[in-house]
Design a protein around this ligand. Structure first.
Ligand SMILES: *Cc1c(COP(=O)(O)O)cnc(C)c1O
Length: 386
């Protein structure tokens, strides 16, 4: 059968695997070798060397990730931030202008605001949910538009199809951070985005044991990004490649459980008298619900909410929980809970928090794969106890 016809659940297991298998090994072993024998290569980037991202552990991942996101090529990197910064630096030069969504992952927002101006790169922010406001932000030197599939921590979904059309009309490179959706829910390149980016630390790997990034795009863009990455040096170690490869194989089954559980937890919280507000695209009350239904294959494993009693009650609630672990990060098999203002969004000033609509008492939950009844019982006892 033509392997291209396989659906997602089969591709995460079989796509990109070596053919023939290496020594018949069902699993790709770790090639812990920095350099490989010279084979007469004429291109520097083809010399087999870990920093050049082309050892057998890189290649299998590149093929698998490209196949599951439906892109021509993929590249793995040493972290999500290295995927993001390397890609931005590939397409933005001194004198260029970038349009970025007004709520972004904290590290990305900080980099765009505080580091890119040092290279002479200007930035303006847009509301990705309001297409009528974009045109006036375009400048003759605008080169890139940058958004996220599901924003963190408010779980909003922009007018992603219109971002693609806007980028095409204005000759911009469109980039999207697809971390919170993962290819199980959204494949940006198939929707017309030029480049999809991931913190593979999160859902792609799913086991809270490595830091890694991924980039997906067409051959021409990916060759430019590869040269830049080879210079900047953000390559993924073979052992981390191996763990990421192993993690990806369970992506679809993890995400299926996480989406189901997140919806049940969101509904439980929305109906609880001590809960003021729940942000989850799967709820009919979410302003992103219709867009999520139209664009995504599921509503995701992340939600955020506010309980009565402000910051004090929020911290007391987190303290009373038995199962979710209090920490930043997300997308693991274990449920993780945090107050973003204390962790992932602690770099933002009060004005920036207000501008982004992030309440100090907001709690964010990354739903793991535990039994959902246990998670709901736990939330229920913690709400009763405060
Ligand atoms: C975690 C995260 C990043 C950064 O990834 P690292 O792997 O920590 O470098 C970027 N974008 C989003 C949406 C994230 O959640």
């Amino acid at each position: 059968m033509d392997k291209k016809k396989h659906t997602f659940n089969t591709k995460v297991i079989h796509a990109g695997e070596p053919d023939p298998r290496i020594e018949g090994a069902v699993n790709v072993p770790i090639f812990q070798s920095s350099t490989f024998e010279f084979e007469g290569q004429t291109d520097y980037n083809a010399l087999k060397y870990i920093r050049l991202n082309n050892t057998p552990n890189h290649i299998v991942l590149h093929k698998k990730i490209a196949a599951i996101e439906g892109g021509e090529k993929a590249l793995v990197t040493s972290s999500g931030m290295s995927a993001i910064t390397t890609t931005l630096l590939t397409f933005l030069k001194n004198g260029d202008h970038l349009l970025a969504n007004n709520t972004l992952y904290g590290g990305t927002a900080d980099y765009i605001k505080n580091d890119l101006p040092d290279y002479g790169i200007e930035v303006d922010f847009i509301d990705s949910a309001d297409p009528t406001s974009w045109e006036e932000k375009i400048k003759p030197n605008t080169k890139v538009v940058y958004v996220e599939t599901i924003t963190n921590p408010l779980m909003e979904i922009g007018a992603l199809d219109k971002i693609v059309a806007f980028a095409n009309q204005n000759n911009l490179i469109s980039m999207i951070d697809n971390t919170l959706a993962s290819p199980a829910l959204f494949c940006p390149v198939q929707h017309g985005f030029d480049i999809s980016l991931h913190s593979a630390t999160k859902y792609l790997n799913g086991h809270t044991d490595i830091v890694a990034g991924a980039i997906i795009g067409n051959e021409q863009h990916m060759s430019m990004i590869t040269s830049k990455l080879n210079h900047l040096g953000g390559s993924l170690d073979p052992h981390a490649c191996y763990l990421l490869h192993r993690g990806i194989k369970t992506l679809s089954i993890r995400m299926e459980r996480q989406c189901k559980s997140a919806l049940l937890i969101a509904k439980f919280l929305e109906n609880h008298k001590k809960v003021k507000l729940v942000n989850y695209p799967g709820l009919v009350s979410s302003s992103s619900h219709n867009r999520a239904k139209e664009l995504l294959c599921g509503f995701g494993g992340m939600l955020s909410f506010i309980i009565e009693g402000g910051v004090e009650a929020a911290d007391a609630f987190i303290g009373k929980l038995d199962i979710p672990i209090s920490t930043a990060s997300l997308g693991g098999v274990e449920s993780l809970i945090t107050r973003p203002v204390q962790t992932s969004h602690s770099l933002l000033s009060d004005d920036e928090l207000e501008f982004a609509g992030i309440d100090k008492a907001l709690i964010r939950l990354s739903v793991g794969i535990e039994a959902v009844d246990d998670l709901i019982d736990d939330m229920s006892q913690a709400l009763d106890a405060i």
